[in-house]
Ligand binder design. Structure first.
Ligand SMILES: [Zn+2]
Ligand SMILES: [Zn+2]
Length: 265
């Protein structure tokens, strides 16, 4: 079995007490059949530092972008474009809108989001979208900016079935995190049952949102296995099938060739 953690903040894990280093995290992941990670950036400086920390590896790819909660200053569009063009960057983001925590930066978030999509289209790299309390505007901007040209994923999905349907119509993938395992997440499970297998990705969003039975502890890529096992039950397939399909989905969305890695596995 070969699983991918399609969204983690590898630079944000606890390297003081829980993990020796990045190798340690990746070997814990591999021990649970998690053979590849997408390390997601949240600021441009953070992207540069994260690449330095992680280094070049055949089992990690990167995204480049500015998180909607990190809008203290105006986006440096030129810098985003040139960093995102670097080899090893397979996606833009995470970008999107978060009106829950920072409604005061709405306008700046919207402009940043639009720039990420425009650059994604120019570079032919899909966008990783975060949305919270901003469903209508998120859908409107995705449409306006013609995201269909580069594609993307709504990460850590917590919206309803109707929103999932609209995203699927735009060719989007939907990524499920440990939230789907939470006791009170019944409407999310309904959405997960609704989204077809060939559009599903799984992620940890580590170090946040550890799935049950690890809830409350630090999350890490190894635990995407728990998300996958849970999703397999929801979808009525075995976990090997869910792994096979979500890994194929990841490869086709982000244009990452995993065949060599999958062979040794
Ligand atoms: Zn997010
Ligand atoms: Zn994230």
């Amino acid at each position: 079995m070969f699983l991918v953690d399609s969204h983690c903040h590898l630079d944000g894990l606890d390297y003081q007490t829980l993990h020796k280093n990045v190798d340690d995290v990746l070997s814990k992941a591999a021990a649970r059949d998690v053979g590849f990670c997408l390390a997601v950036a949240t600021t441009l400086d953070g992207y540069v530092a994260m690449r330095e920390q992680i280094g070049e590896r055949d089992n990690v790819a990167f995204s480049c972008g500015v998180h909607p909660l990190n809008q203290d200053e105006e986006l440096d569009v030129e810098r985003l474009h040139s960093l995102a063009a670097q080899p090893g960057v397979v996606a833009m983001g995470e970008t999107g809108l978060d009106y829950y925590y920072t409604p005061e930066t709405k306008l700046r978030q919207q402009s940043s989001f639009s720039h990420h999509i425009a650059i994604g289209r120019a570079l032919n790299k899909p966008v990783i979208v975060h949305t919270r309390d901003a469903r209508a505007d998120t859908l409107a901007i995705l449409r306006q900016e013609q995201v269909m040209d580069c594609g993307g994923v709504l990460h850590c999905f917590t919206e309803d079935t109707d929103t999932a349907g609209k995203l699927l119509d735009m060719g989007f993938y939907i990524s499920f995190s440990g939230i789907v395992t939470f006791r009170n997440a019944e409407s999310l499970r309904e959405a997960a049952r609704y989204v077809p297998l060939d559009r599903i990705l799984v992620e940890t969003d580590s170090p946040y949102l550890a799935p049950v039975p690890h809830r409350g502890k630090e999350n890490q890529p190894a635990l995407v296995r728990d998300v996958a096992e849970y999703m397999a039950v929801l979808k009525g397939v075995d976990v090997e099938t869910l792994a096979e399909i979500t890994t194929n989905n990841f490869s086709s969305l982000f244009n990452v060739d995993l065949s060599a890695l999958r062979q040794d596995n």
